[in-house]
Write a protein that binds this ligand. Structure first.
Ligand code: GLN
Length: 549
């Protein structure tokens, strides 16, 4: 029988529910329990794929091509388990399922309603995912805030789930805010009292309250919350500010959070193995070296829009005992010759040009590539960054005047990047890109091969455009190397420059950030940080040459 741990949120959004959920999962896994996780997003979009990352944060791509909320990325990074599109439930998906059933006649004769049809669907969906995973414990995070109209059907679904699986099989955690107001610096419990009252009014009684606060909770405050909200004192948890998100599991462990949960769920009390996690946090918090990576993008005002890349750079840094400082640079600012932007680019130890859609800022990104190539600054191009590196090479080395991606200029004189053939007929924009994990075969002895240490890799994708096969030979003749391809189609997946020309100039059509884990950093990011350390004289050499197979 799967046990459920449900995490709800109160007071306001952005309290780090996702990190709390992921951290608890990490602590369970460290005890040998198997876990899976479900994220509920109470919006009408079917998935996050059509949402603006500037508003909502990045779209996280799953192995199966599901486009999900960024919390799924946190789950995968913390738990190191692959999740699929069914692990992200949205209002849109639930309504679509119910409406499709209604049209099929599955409810013939019935009036189809939010309660019970939508709520049953929610409950069943969660149970289905838990069952399919075979995990000991299924974590369920309900997005939004208790009291919102949007999340009401989901909370009712949770109430039903609790009733059905039984109290001994479901543990409810409510996250809240404990602010400090005024000069006295007193931690205030009223918002928590109110949100717990809201939760109880819909029939949900929390077993644990995780309190976000700047400083650790005072013992009297803990006691007060326990008594007013009717939870044991061991069920009031302090989730105070941490220097790194990866420190949160350790903060929760100190307070015996998981022992409280397992005891209540009738699971054995086990000792966690957190040695490597502690080591990771230590490396993250006390690095010996520092490098600055210029990250040229579009949504740089909101760093959540590139969350997985930021994290991947941190993972790579931790593996090399290095703090990676990210200097965000707007592509547009480089176009308008903004002095600060150019200074930041020139001062960086490495340059990353990231993913993106549409033409805004692309000319600036192309200039960033040119600077990286000509000044021999370590460079990584991801997806659009890979495509623009090809455009830059076509224009400035192969002298193909007017080379561009047809995404930016449909009438480009040299369309070196063009739409994938399977995209010609596609009308709808949601979920129709080339999405998810695909294999890629690398050239033996290439920089890509050295960096990955293997000849066949699998990375996740999210794109509509590709390297135009008509230009491959021409660019290769001019020295560009296509070092990775799809095995059964002429899709160019990786490009690079020879090492005698440039120390580290590499790009991928895929998104290596989605597979990067704190303890298994994405090889391309490790290569970038390593090359930056070599350029700074900290390391003697970059990726080790791989012996021919
Ligand atoms: N806009 C480009 C494409 O669709 C790149 C996409 C991306 O960077 N994710 O191919």
């Amino acid at each position: 029988m799967t046990k459920y741990i449900v995490v709800t949120g109160g007071v306001l959004s952005g309290l780090g529910k996702g990190i709390t959920t992921s951290s608890i999962g990490t602590l369970l896994k460290a005890r040998g329990f198997s876990v899976t996780a479900v994220k509920i997003d109470p919006y009408l979009n079917s998935d996050a794929g059509t949402m603006n990352p500037f508003e909502h944060g990045e779209v996280f791509v799953l192995q199966d091509g599901g486009e999900a909320d960024l919390d799924l990325g946190n789950y995968e990074r913390f738990l190191d388990i692959p999740l699929g599109r069914d692990n992200n439930i949205t209002t849109g998906k639930v309504f679509k399922t119910v409406i499709d059933k209604e049209r099929r006649g599955d409810y013939l004769g019935k009036t189809v309603q939010i309660v019970p049809h939508i709520t049953n669907e929610i409950r069943d969906w969660i149970k289905r995912v838990a069952k399919k995973s075979g995990a000991d414990i299924c974590l369920v995070e309900v997005g939004g805030t208790v009291g919102d109209i949007e999340s009401a059907p989901f909370l009712e679904g949770i109430r039903q789930l609790h009733r059905e699986v039984g109290h001994e099989n479901l543990f409810l955690i409510h996250t809240s805010l404990v602010p400090v107001v005024g000069a006295v610096g007193e931690q205030k419990t009223k918002p928590t009292q109110h949100t717990v009252r809201d939760l109880k009014s819909i029939g949900l009684h929390p077993d644990m309250i995780v309190c976000r606060s700047a400083q650790p909770l005072h013992p009297e405050i803990r006691e007060k919350i326990a008594s007013f909200c009717d939870v044991p004192e061991s069920g009031v948890v302090s989730a105070h500010d941490a220097k790194s998100i990866y420190e949160v599991p350790l903060i929760l462990e100190e307070q015996g959070v998981v022992d409280t949960i397992t005891k209540r769920l009738g699971l054995p009390t086990l000792k966690p193995d957190l040695e490597s996690w502690r080591d990771l946090v230590d490396r993250l918090l006390n690095p010996s070296h520092e490098v600055t990576v210029a990250f040229v993008g579009k949504y740089t005002d909101l760093s959540d829009s590139y969350l997985s890349i930021n994290e991947a750079l941190r993972h790579a840094g931790a593996s090399l005992d290095t703090k990676v400082r990210i200097s965000y640079i707007e592509g547009e600012a480089l176009e308008t010759n903004d002095a600060d932007a150019w200074r930041n680019l020139r001062e960086a130890d490495a340059i990353l040009v990231g993913p993106g859609f549409g033409s805004r800022g692309t000319e600036g990104k192309i200039r960033a590539v040119q600077h990286a190539r000509e000044s021999e600054v370590p460079f990584l191009g991801i997806c659009l960054g890979f495509q623009l590196a090809i455009v830059e090479y076509a224009r400035n080395v192969a002298h193909l005047k007017g080379a561009n991606s047809t995404e930016m200029d449909v009438n480009a004189a040299h369309p070196v990047i063009c739409v994938l053939p399977e995209q010609y007929e596609i009308q709808e924009l949601g979920g129709t890109m080339r999405l998810g994990a695909y294999e890629c075969v690398l050239n033996e002895g290439s920089l890509a091969h050295e960096t990955y240490g293997s000849l066949v890799i699998s990375e996740r994708h999210r794109h509509r455009y590709e390297m135009n096969p008509d230009y491959i030979a021409q660019l290769e003749k001019k020295g560009l190397i296509f070092s990775g391809r799809m095995p059964d189609r002429p899709i160019m997946e990786m490009m690079e420059l020879p090492r005698h020309i440039h120390p580290y100039f590499i790009g991928g059509q895929f998104h290596p950030e989605f597979n990067s884990r704190p303890q298994k950093p994405g090889p391309l990011f490790v290569g970038l940080v390593q090359a930056a350390l070599v350029a700074k004289g900290v390391l003697a050499h970059g990726p080790e040459p791989v012996a021919a197979a």
